[in-house]
Write a protein that binds this ligand. Structure first.
Ligand SMILES: *Cc1c(COP(=O)(O)O)cnc(C)c1O
Length: 341
């Protein structure tokens, strides 16, 4: 298979149309057989449920080339699980988990020419999503849905090394207790656009959201979970029912314990404690870990001892180990790496 002639290392995080995508339709109470198509466009009725009441959800995962030249994805079964839970919360018919993983494999295989080569730092980003497609005007769930997966090659997240970010504590809330913060719904992102545009205008890379009920506990940013390292080398991450269960974060907690022999704990984290941590990072599929150097709370600065030049030492070990597993340089735990044949 001949690779596309793309300048992999200078790709950004944007949409590059590839050849094939997967489509399946839900109608009369069941999902159809589903399959690949070359048609990148969707034609919808003007009254489609997704356009009126935002009945839509998504996932994100990557395919890449390992050191020994295999094309793999990372824990796609967890994306299937999470989308299943998300769909249930939004009264959408969950897409069968096994079919989800098969569809991921089919899309990657059909677009293998777009999977960036090992060492380029680029990856193939996959976007599964689902939406209500039939006309809905009274407020109720749609009765017809479309599930799709497209893929797009994306460049290295950090061009020229990972520089620590500066965040600000947001005055907005991301998610209500007992709301939709724990599912990957488009609606959580629509409402985060105004806070992130404001934060960028003020010179910050991301917002740190606190719990909406008491504004004393750390939640997450608009699209990544927090991970902290204590001064005695323990990895801690916020526990909350209103944050999205990041697959990267859950994997890093296992890496911390099983590969690095560190203590790792998921617990409530009070904002007051943040100033005492040694390192801070943001976890998500896009960057694996983005180091955080500084958090500004209404003019008061919290500067982590790891500084503004590079990742903290434990964050670095976590990053190197997880990316080593993903790129086939280290032995993975059972089931983490799914090869596309
Ligand atoms: C997708 C997402 C994450 C990261 O999850 P991963 O599974 O690690 O990619 C974190 N927070 C929010 C709000 C998200 O939507």
């Amino acid at each position: 298979m001949e690779k596309k002639d793309l300048d992999w290392a200078s790709l950004g995080f944007g949409y590059v149309q590839t050849e094939q995508r997967y489509v399946s339709n839900f109608k009369d109470g069941k999902w159809d057989e589903g399959g690949l198509t070359t048609d990148a466009n969707i034609v919808l009725n003007e009254c489609a449920g997704v356009l009126q009441y935002a009945q839509t959800c998504f996932e994100g995962l990557k395919a890449y080339t390992t050191e020994d030249g295999r094309i793999v994805t990372f824990r796609p079964d967890l994306n299937a699980d999470r989308m299943y839970t998300t769909a249930q919360r939004l009264e959408m018919p969950p897409f069968p988990k096994e079919k989800f993983v098969e569809a991921v494999k089919a899309v990657v295989k059909a677009n293998a020419a777009y999977v960036p080569p090992y060492g380029s730092g680029a990856t193939l980003y996959l976007r599964p999503y689902m939406f209500g497609s039939n006309p809905v005007i009274g407020v109720k769930p749609a009765t017809e849905y479309q599930f799709r997966i497209f893929c797009t090659p994306v460049g290295p997240y950090f061009k020229g090394g990972a520089k620590p970010l500066t965040l600000c504590v947001s005055d907005f809330d991301r998610a209500a207790p007992h709301g939709t913060g724990n599912i990957k719904a488009g609606l959580n992102y629509a409402m985060s656009l105004h806070p992130i545009v404001e934060a960028h205008k003020a010179g910050y890379a991301e917002n740190m959201y606190l719990d909406a009920a008491t504004r004393t506990k750390v939640e997450e940013t608009g699209g990544a979970n927090f991970l902290f390292v204590t001064k005695d080398g323990k990895v801690v991450t916020p526990k909350s029912n209103s944050i999205l269960p990041s697959i990267t974060r859950r994997s890093l907690m296992i890496v911390a314990k099983e590969y690095l022999g560190l203590e790792a704990e998921e617990r409530e984290i009070y904002f007051d404690e943040v100033k005492d941590f040694a390192e801070c990072g943001l976890c998500g599929t896009a960057a694996v870990i983005s180091p955080v150097g500084k958090i500004v709370d209404h003019g008061k600065e919290i500067c982590f001892p790891s500084g503004m030049d590079e990742m903290g030492p434990i964050t670095r070990k976590l990053y190197d180990t997880l990316t080593g597993i993903q790129m086939g340089r280290l032995d993975p735990p059972e089931g983490w790496i799914v090869e596309i044949k």
